[in-house]
Design a protein around this ligand. Structure first.
Ligand code: SF4
Length: 559
């Protein structure tokens, strides 16, 4: 193949019922184009998700443009009949002509598939690039394909090497130095048709997928050309099922946001502490354990010079070390002090409150049951406050195993990020067995955990699917998934749009969306943006509480 197509070849202040969906934004991206064309979005929702102006078969008609015969054959074999494959011809002129014809065709969604030239370092023949932006060389304008991360994630789960990025459509095979120039402008791959073919989508959902046939290290006019082309066509064929799932997921949707969601005051404070320490001392700054349980946050801080370690013995003598928001036991503080480390404590004040309660109950001679999950850093830190007086209780059955010396001197505390329902059940079992048991002065399950669970519960019943932005090791995020599932709605934890499985979306016209207390708000925006690449998206929010609490910084950082 390859030759023609590759270039070069305070707690919550209010908790209530402001539950009327509040419009947050106009439909985004391609969605806006659809809506502009005669108010289709509204009618579509009335008609169960069909695209107004088109019959149901037309709205679900999936067209794939593949420039050359071998590309069309590879795509057709991969799709197995789940779409109409059009061979559109080589080069910009034919692509422009085909786009003009496509505008007169009734269809629902468009994919452009073919081989292309790799520009970004690290790409190999056979790798797949889903274009997030597609532009024509020399033009400042580009077309966004917001659902590219969804397709790339699906391809990776299918075992293919896939990435996302900017694809540039060039007019000729690469000239000397052109790849370097395109790379400096952010391009990942190049082809000779996509930017023009995309015009044919006319606002309908579209993706561009290029399988890399050649790279600067393995150029077209070299012995690598044939194996590179074969690898690319093979990947294109294997990508077929993912393209078909992408098409099946395309539909108008409503996104129902849970409010509040995302960062809590303790997480904002912990991140700010690391940022300030980096500013003050310069990198590297050591952080014991993940500062908060979120991949995106940790990766970002690592990029700025933070080094995350599991234990203090990985920190060089005399270095600055930050303790995470989940807290540490007194033993860790002692170790840091004996080693002469400059320790700065980012423990959330609400976790510190539970530590103080543990010390107080232990000093008063109580046996303390800590309701929580074994192995969680917060639980380890709290247990470390009074190890001789505390017992971990993970289930109601654990209550039966308690053997307090004095049944009248039993107390209980809770991990801050538990499920309200589950923790309440365990506390009830404990009170039933030890009616005189003392609980915390104020709720241990913090305001942020409580509000986010109430909010996700409020949207779950109305949603066909709930997505929770958060990492797998985030306790509060996992509890949000469980809360939605308990309400009878399928719910999934995702770090970002690339984790969304397209099958989840097929038939889901209302998607509930929230984020754990450690997940950045930007991830929620990225998810909405990606969904808008599958069809018009109407965003509304259900707010059950407003939050205004802020925590001050540690004294070392105020000086
Ligand atoms: S979830 Fe609650 S306890 Fe944990 S950091 Fe946030 S405010 Fe603090």
């Amino acid at each position: 193949m390859t030759e023609p197509n590759g270039p070069g070849a305070a707690w919550t202040e209010e908790r209530g019922t402001s539950d009327e969906g509040k419009a947050l934004s106009e439909p985004k991206g391609r969605a806006a184009v659809w809506t502009d064309e005669g108010g289709r979005e509204e009618r579509a929702s009335e008609r169960g998700g069909k695209t107004a102006g088109q019959s149901a078969p037309e709205a679900s008609k999936f067209i794939v443009c593949a420039p050359l015969r071998p590309e069309a054959r590879a795509v057709r074999r991969g799709l197995g009949g789940r779409g109409e494959v059009r061979r559109t011809g080589y080069g910009p002129a034919r692509a422009a002509e085909q786009a003009g014809q496509l505008r007169d065709v009734a269809f629902g969604m468009l994919a452009i598939g073919g081989v292309g030239g790799g520009i970004a370092p690290g790409l190999k023949p056979g790798d797949l690039v889903a274009g997030t932006e597609v532009s024509r060389i020399g033009s400042a304008a580009s077309v966004s394909c917001p659902s590219a991360p969804l397709l790339a994630g699906e391809l990776r789960r299918a075992g293919l090497r896939a990435t996302t990025g900017q694809i540039v459509t060039v007019d000729h095979l690469f000239r000397r130095g052109q790849q370097e120039r395109l790379l400096s402008q952010g391009a990942v791959a190049a082809d000779m048709e996509s930017a023009l073919l995309l015009d044919g989508a006319a606002g309908r959902p579209a993706v561009v997928l290029r399988a890399i046939s050649d790279t600067p290290q393995r150029p077209l006019l070299s012995p690598w050309a044939v194996p590179g082309g074969i690898a690319a066509l093979r990947s294109l064929r294997l990508a077929g099922p993912a393209l078909a799932r992408w098409a099946a997921a395309c539909a108008p949707r409503r996104v129902l946001l849970a409010g509040p969601r995302s960062f809590c005051a303790g997480v904002e404070r912990a991140i700010e502490i690391v940022e300030r320490v980096l500013d003050r001392h310069g990198p590297p700054v050591y952080v014991r354990k993940q500062i908060v349980h979120n991949k995106v946050v940790v990766t970002d801080l690592e990029g700025r010079g933070a080094i995350f370690v599991d234990e203090l013995d990985e920190v060089p003598d005399g270095a600055v070390v930050v303790f995470s928001a989940h807290g540490v036991s007194p033993e860790v503080r002692r170790d840091a002090s004996e080693r002469g480390l400059d320790a700065i404590d980012a423990t959330c004040p609400l976790v510190a409150k539970v530590h103080a309660e543990a010390r107080r109950f232990a000093a008063e001679g109580y046996q303390v049951a800590l309701i929580g999950h074994g192995g969680h850093e917060e639980v380890e830190g709290t247990l470390g406050e009074a190890p001789q007086a505390m017992t971990l209780v993970e289930t109601a059955a654990d209550v039966d195993r308690l053997r307090p010396e004095d049944p009248d001197r039993v107390a209980y505390l809770m991990q801050t990020t538990l499920s309200l329902e589950e923790a309440g059940g365990i506390a009830d079992a404990l009170l039933e067995r030890y009616p005189a048991a003392r609980g915390p002065g104020s709720d241990d399950i913090c305001y942020a955990t409580t509000n986010r669970q109430l909010a996700v519960h409020a949207i779950a019943a109305e949603s066909d699917l709930v997505l929770v932005a958060g990492s797998a090791n985030s306790s509060n995020s996992r509890r949000l998934v469980e809360t939605a599932q308990r309400a009878g709605t399928p719910a999934y934890l995702i770090d970002g749009p690339e984790d969304i499985e397209l099958d989840w979306l097929a038939g889901a016209s209302v998607v509930g969306l929230t984020a754990g207390a450690s997940a950045p708000p930007a991830v929620v925006d990225q998810i909405i943006d990606a969904l808008s690449g599958l069809g018009p998206v109407e965003v509304s929010e259900r707010v059950v509480a407003t939050e205004s609490i802020r925590f001050g910084l540690p004294k070392e950082l105020k000086r």
